[in-house]
Design a protein around this ligand. Structure first.
Ligand code: ZN
Length: 184
């Protein structure tokens, strides 16, 4: 029913993508990086060959960054100062296809119109919630596993930036494209 995640390509450790966090201020769609950066001086002390293996860092730096996820982050909108671990990593819940389309367009614009879109559409709504309900209320493990199995039956649509750009050049709005993909 619509929840957004934003991933930044190429995370800091290795090559993993990084899931960004959302500002929790109302009306703000700002995304905040969840990765930390070292100062140049610290990078020099660690040495390039050891950057990827934290256990080889000098002890004081290991200690300094062990709890980096508890350090406060501030959104430029000024509404949120919060420990990064408490920031939400998804935006929205229970939205109609119309609203999902509008929000997708807003997010895309906010990301400087430089993002791929990946849609994951489950074939039946709320199946995971229903499965959990069966387990918790009725202790019905059989129904739980069967519903979970159905919940994995999903459709995935990859909508890469190249195609988005050519669609938009043709005069369609992104929100209407996303709506069309969702109800297809
Ligand atoms: Zn904000």
């Amino acid at each position: 029913m619509g929840a957004f995640h934003v991933w930044k390509k190429g995370g800091w450790f290795g090559n993993a993508d990084e899931m960004l966090k959302f500002c929790s201020g109302s009306g703000c769609m700002g995304v905040l990086s969840d990765s930390f950066s070292l100062t140049e001086q610290e990078q020099e002390r660690i040495g390039e060959e050891n950057l990827d293996s934290v256990t080889k860092w000098p002890n004081d730096l290991q200690i300094k960054y062990e709890y980096w996820y508890e350090l406060p982050v501030a959104c430029p909108c000024g509404k949120t100062v919060c420990a990064r671990e408490y920031l939400p990593d998804s935006y929205g819940f229970n939205m109609s296809p119309d609203k999902i389309g509008d929000r997708a367009e807003e997010l895309f614009n906010m990301l400087e119109r430089n993002a791929d879109i990946y849609l994951v559409v489950t074939k039946e709504d709320m199946l995971i919630h229903k499965a959990r309900h069966d387990l918790q209320t009725h202790g019905d493990t059989k129904s739980y596993w069967s519903k979970l199995g159905h919940a994995r039956d999903r459709e995935l649509v990859f909508y890469p930036l190249k195609r988005i750009i050519s669609d938009l050049a043709g005069g369609t709005s992104l929100s209407s494209r996303i709506k069309a993909l969702l109800v297809a």
